[in-house]
Write a protein that binds this ligand. Sequence first.
Ligand code: ADA
Length: 512
Amino acid sequence: VWNNELGLLNYEGCCWYERKFTTAGGTLLFEFESVMTLATVWLDGNKIGEHYGAFTQFEFIVNDVSSGEHTIVVRADNRIDDQSFPQRYTDWFNYGGIARDAYAHELRGISILTNHITYELSNDLKCATVNAELELYNASRDTVSSKVSVQIGDTSIYNESITLNGYEKRTVITPAAVIEDIALWDIDAPNLYTVIAATDTDDLIDKIGYRKIEVKGGEILLNNKPIELLGINRHEEHPEWGFAFPPKLMKKDLDLICNMGCNTIRGSHYPNSKIFVDMLDERGILFWSEIPMWGCGFSERSLQDPVIFERGYSMHKEMVKCYYNHPSIIIWGMHNEIATYSKYTYPISKAWSEYLRENGGNRLITHASNHPLLDNDMDLDDIICINIYHGWYNYRGYDGKLSDWDKMIEEFRARRLEKGWDGKPVIMSEFGAAALSGFHSHFDTVRWSEEYQRDLLEYTLELFHKTDYIKGTYIWQFCNIRTSHAMDINRVRYFNNKGVLDEYRNPKSSFF
Ligand code: ADA
């Protein structure tokens, strides 16, 4: 990420990356986990592909590569325009560069590109009926036959021979296999099973966990038991590395989040690193993954732009493709604080929620709304998610006091009943206040003090926990983040200072 080089903090534009490598040749698969935001890739001067979207993985396959030395060039372009994700007015910093790992794989014979494991659990949750959906590719120009097998834990669920024509891609859905006596994945027992898909010349190794998430009668049920989501919003960002976030720090962030007693994280506002989601799987922490479609930056005109629709749609598809097997992901978020009070968002939310419901595995679908009393799209959600900052921002029709919360909770209770949404659990997905580390006050009305933030969080959390229809809370936010210079004067130091930790992960009073 270039912005942390001296003099480049505010550079927005293109940056070129070049790397020489040697290969035995044949078919190569180039995999990029995150390039911000428009990526164009050349191999030995020949363009091999282009991709839009900063936080989702993409791949290009190149056949007939000669053996020897080659040069790969990537141009990363993070310019913002009317059709970009994010838009100019967005509350995070628009870093540029190659933020996550990139790989070149040599493919041989029949290769496995993806392996999605889908399962249905029996009512008593003791037994799973499992399918694998394998995407296979013959990386050779000749017809090739190979054994294809899939094993989950100690159980073989598939073992067949398959023949593919030269360079043919084929999706194989294995017949249903019943696995008895499974150990469930849960927050206090995150049991994982290793999945090995193999051909004569390739393998793909992954992990899955068996769990069931659903809503019933206004409750969220994890493995048939009601659960309260105790969460925090976290940006995968650090002032030294931007979005190129080191795994060592991911572990530290998780240790801190577990110390706070959280059982869930919202990956606000974009898909997080695969390695981070692996850690969540291993530690039994529930995750909300969403695409980077942030708020009021998206004008009514842009919400009607087919390019915006298609870009967001493909981000959902790539998110599902990449993270499908992770048991920790229980929520897909479609967007955050867009104009869901207008008539322009419903068609978008409808198309995306239908896609996610059909293809996204066993997950709850939602969007985060900052106008809960006017929102039209909550019909489409499994859980209702509300972002409101009473006690920090002043809202029309309210007094600008902490007690505005009590009023709002009763108003939303009425709206929920009127709309017939009483079966949908409500989550307070953002609330909080900014505090400048080390700024203290004896007076509980002094904004920006650590005490003001602490008291506001105490007040709101207590209120939410005792409100019958609220089934989860995500504090805004884990730590301070660098933000866009387009944000208003409220962003002191050009940081969003609502972290319960500062940007270097030192605690403020509210952390405790
Ligand atoms: C919004 C938004 C967050 C952040 C927050 C704030 O709810 O979703 O990204 O900008 O407001 O701090 O005001």
